[in-house]
Design a protein around this ligand. Structure first.
Ligand SMILES: NC(=O)c1ccc[n+]([C@@H]2O[C@H](COP(=O)([O-])OP(=O)(O)OC[C@H]3O[C@@H](n4cnc5c(N)ncnc54)[C@H](OP(=O)(O)O)[C@@H]3O)[C@@H](O)[C@H]2O)c1
Length: 306
């Protein structure tokens, strides 16, 4: 168990080139210097990924973004010094990697638009679109397309995301590593071997930030109901959430042990926890995740029809 947590903490930390051996560092540089990356869609997720990549040492001149909105492209060019293009085909021409950062409902049209080019160039396609399966992408782009499907979450916007990745059989070992290094620029990355687990990932970490926000909202409201001023309840809630997450990440012990340690028999925490348990808190969370996973499967059927 301790080993698992050690590996988890190591993967939470970004791998910086300085941590690698000289040979690995040279290889890392060579790969980065020769990898051209095009984002299709320059919205929220693209902005956070580009920000993370540049902070990680990616050369902005190797990054291109295409978007329908010229104003947004101008902002991105000024902020990051990257290349921009309103034309998806032109933006993706010559790219080693094309990252689809567009809404799920338009992935099919964009994938079909770029299919011939991507097949000819043998580009790696990374999709961050929720619910779009690799089989659907292969069907739209080409049977031999190398595809990494990933599911980041909103804390990626503050470089604290959690991203699960799945690679199809056409993805090479080098493409696998590059895809991981791109997503690791905005937080933790974890590979799944079975694509069907992406629905569970979507239910847990994809939608997860909202669950914690919901709990924070409830804590804050309950604190106010007990007489705390709103701002005081807010600050205490936020710092408590941050502190608990930090303790859980830094500890080698699981959440249940940490909880038991701060729950003295006959104390105040025990009384609150008993109240949660009397109302089947675990069961409620489990039902919520099952509902989210079922919705993820429904969306995949809806947007991924081939
Ligand atoms: N945000 C998250 O937390 C999160 C988490 C996990 C996964 N994702 C996935 O990430 C993807 C992007 O999400 P987002 O929040 O970054 O969306 P977003 O902010 O709406 O960004 C998408 C951008 O793509 C542009 N666009 C639309 N059609 C286009 C086209 N044909 N060619 C090029 N660009 C086009 C959009 O322009 P218009 O605004 O003019 O349409 C918009 O600027 C989604 O598939 C989502 O499922 C997001």
């Amino acid at each position: 168990m301790a080993g698992t947590f050690r590996r988890f903490r190591q993967s939470v930390q970004r791998v910086s080139p300085e941590c690698l051996s000289i040979e690995a560092r040279i290889l890392y540089r060579q790969i980065m210097d020769n990898t051209t990356l095009t984002f299709i869609g320059g919205g929220n997720m693209a902005v956070s990924l580009i920000g993370g990549l540049i902070a990680d040492g990616w050369d902005p001149r190797l990054i291109t973004v295409s978007d329908r909105d010229q104003l947004q492209l101008d902002k991105l060019r000024q902020r990051f010094g990257i290349a921009t293009n309103q034309d998806n085909q032109a933006a993706a021409t010559g790219a080693s990697i094309v990252l689809l950062a567009i809404k799920p409902q338009i992935v099919e049209s964009v994938a079909r638009e770029l299919a011939e080019l991507l097949s000819r160039q043998h580009s790696l396609v990374i999709s961050i679109a929720a619910g779009i399966r690799t089989d659907a992408l292969r069907n739209w782009i080409g049977a031999h397309a190398a595809i990494v499907r990933s599911m980041p979450n909103t804390p990626a916007l503050v470089q604290s995301g959690a991203t699960a990745l799945y690679a199809n059989a056409a993805v090479t070992a080098e493409q696998h590593d590059i895809a991981e290094s791109i997503l690791r620029a905005v937080g933790l990355t974890i590979w799944v071997e079975d694509e069907s687990l992406m629905d569970a990932v979507t239910a847990l970490s994809g939608s997860g930030p909202a669950y914690f926000f919901l709990f924070m909202e409830a804590l804050q409201k309950a604190g106010c109901a007990l007489g705390l001023p709103e701002q005081t309840a807010r600050l205490l809630t936020l710092q408590t959430a941050l502190g608990a997450a930090k303790m859980a990440i830094e500890s080698t012990e699981d959440a249940a042990t940490l909880r038991r340690r701060v729950t003295s028999p006959g104390g105040t925490t025990e009384r609150a926890i008993q109240t949660f348990q009397q109302h089947n808190f675990d069961e409620l969370v489990s039902q919520a995740l099952e509902a989210a996973a079922a919705r993820s499967r429904e969306l995949a059927e809806q947007f991924g029809k081939q």
